[in-house]
Design a protein around this ligand. Structure first.
Ligand code: NAP
Length: 258
């Protein structure tokens, strides 16, 4: 990060820790340029990554401050980040509210997901103020350390995508639950139903890394067999509308704020 220091408030949590570890492993930042804070004082980082209890001290020692605490914890947070850049990972907290509460010069909102853990997150990000090309590239590279990333044109994209990519494994996990539940109801032994659904959600998901999903649907529909009948049934029952309502309901919560 070219002699700049990053401080992660909540840097020992699920998202913060995974991001910090990826930044260190990739060489994006050196351990002496990374600071983390929490309230409990417990950390799994080595002694080179400084753990602070005082968030204001972290802000003062950092060029860029990342907020990786939960939205409800943000209400209790008291920092003066005047003159700093703040990258927030919080869902449902608008950039204007973060600026007002922290005094930050510039707020960037980013929405990674739990796949940061395996460095396969998709992270859309939005800058509420103008960024020079160098800083834009820096933010992009930072999030590419945990997967793929894209700058989005407006803040509403972040709220909508909080309910899409921000949910990470939630949609496939819900599909798994439905598949297992329905298979068991149809008389398949539970352990076998679970393995079968796991094969669909996890095995099938991995295969899609190598194939265009839309092309796969087209190919399987063309067989006009068992899979085509199942897919057609989902289409006839308007699966897109069900998914669309789920996304809108999630996005509405993000837009309303938490
Ligand atoms: N997890 C996801 O899949 C996901 C996806 C998209 C966005 N997000 C966003 O990412 C943020 C973090 O989520 P998470 O899942 O990583 O939560 P988490 O695991 O609960 O991590 C939050 C961390 O913040 C620390 N903390 C809380 N209050 C603090 C304070 N006042 N000062 C310093 N540290 C504090 C906590 O440690 P102590 O208890 O020790 O203080 C905890 O380790 C949330 O805002 C969420 O909306 C999460």
């Amino acid at each position: 990060m070219h002699n700049r220091t990053l401080g992660i408030i909540g840097g020992t949590g699920w998202l913060g820790r995974a991001i910090a570890e990826a930044l260190l492993d990739s060489g994006f930042i050196s351990a002496d340029r990374l600071l983390v804070s929490n309230r409990s004082g417990s950390s799994t980082f080595g002694p080179q990554v400084r753990l602070l209890a005082d968030n204001q001290q972290l802000v003062e020692l950092s060029d860029i401050v990342m907020l990786s605490i939960r939205p409800e914890q943000f209400r209790e947070l008291q920092i003066d980040a005047k003159g700093k850049r703040v990258i927030s990972l919080m869902a449902g907290v608008p950039a204007a509210a973060i600026s007002a509460a922290t005094g930050a010069d510039l707020v960037i909102r980013a929405m990674p997901n739990a796949a940061v853990e395996i460095r396969q997150s998709f992270t859309p990000w939005y800058s509420a103020g103008s960024l020079c090309e160098r800083d834009r590239a820096l933010v992009q590279r930072l999030f590419e350390c945990v997967g793929a990333a894209d700058e989005v044109p407006d803040e509403d994209c972040i709220d909508y995508l909080s309910a899409l990519s921000g949910t990470g494994p939630a949609f496939p996990a819900m599909l798994y639950k439905a598949l297992v539940g329905q298979a068991v109801a149809a008389g398949i032994p539970p352990a076998i139903a679970q393995r079968a659904a796991h094969g669909v959600v996890v095995g099938g998901g991995q295969l899609l890394a190598r194939h265009d999903p839309l092309q796969i649907i087209e190919t399987l529909m063309a067989y006009r067999g068992v899979t085509a009948a199942a897919l057609q049934s989902m289409a006839d029952q308007n699966i897109e509308a069900v998914v669309g309502r789920a996304l809108q309901n999630g996005a509405d919560v993000a837009r309303r704020g938490m």
